[in-house]
Write a protein of this length. Structure first.
Length: 181
């Protein structure tokens, strides 16, 4: 005979949320890992995803990437790895300040997707604080995107094309504190 065990409702909700992937508001099967700061360390993580430009919903099993970065320091130090991209295409990782066309965006680094559709970009960039005070997202955070290299003018610091089906967009906003600024 089975014994009845009382389980508080909050525990049941937490278990169901974890099993269905809905914890922290994330859709089941759509989001790779948590974004944000790693505990009390100075390391942050940001996941970027392929999104449907009509709804801005993450495309399940679409291209994605992970940015690992220092949340403070004299320069914005990061490593980005993208997956499921178009092989042979040139990409640029950018900080995109609102509003369109992202005037004064910052090109963080460039890379070409390999035969398997993976790109690796690593750099340390003198960005100042992110987001910039003139950014429409200030003080909430900065948008980080992976865009086609042909769609951004890194000399003029602005978008010159718009092919959102080929981009990876942030899952969340980030902040960076420039300690040298």
């Amino acid at each position: 005979m089975l014994k009845k065990v009382a389980v508080p409702a909050v525990v049941v909700v937490m278990i169901v949320a974890m099993l269905t992937g809905l914890a922290l508001g994330k859709s089941a099967g759509r989001v790779k890992g948590p974004s944000g700061r790693a505990g009390n360390s100075h390391i942050g993580h940001l996941y970027l995803h392929e999104k449907d430009p009509a709804s801005w919903e993450i495309i399940e099993d679409g291209a994605w990437g992970k940015l690992k970065y220092n949340v403070y320091g004299p320069t914005f130090d990061f490593v980005f790895n993208g997956h499921g991209l178009e092989a042979g295409m040139d990409y640029t990782l950018i900080y995109y300040p609102d509003p369109w066309p992202g005037t004064d965006l910052i090109c963080l680094g460039e890379g070409t997707a390999d035969f398997d559709g993976n790109v690796h970009i690593m750099a340390d960039v003198d960005t100042g604080d992110l987001p910039d005070i003139a950014d429409g997202n200030y003080p909430d955070g900065a948008k980080i995107w992976l865009v086609l290299a042909d769609d951004v003018d890194c000399f003029m610091n602005e978008m010159i094309g718009w092919n959102p089906t080929e981009y990876l967009f942030e899952f969340d906003l980030i902040t960076f504190d420039d300690t040298d600024f």
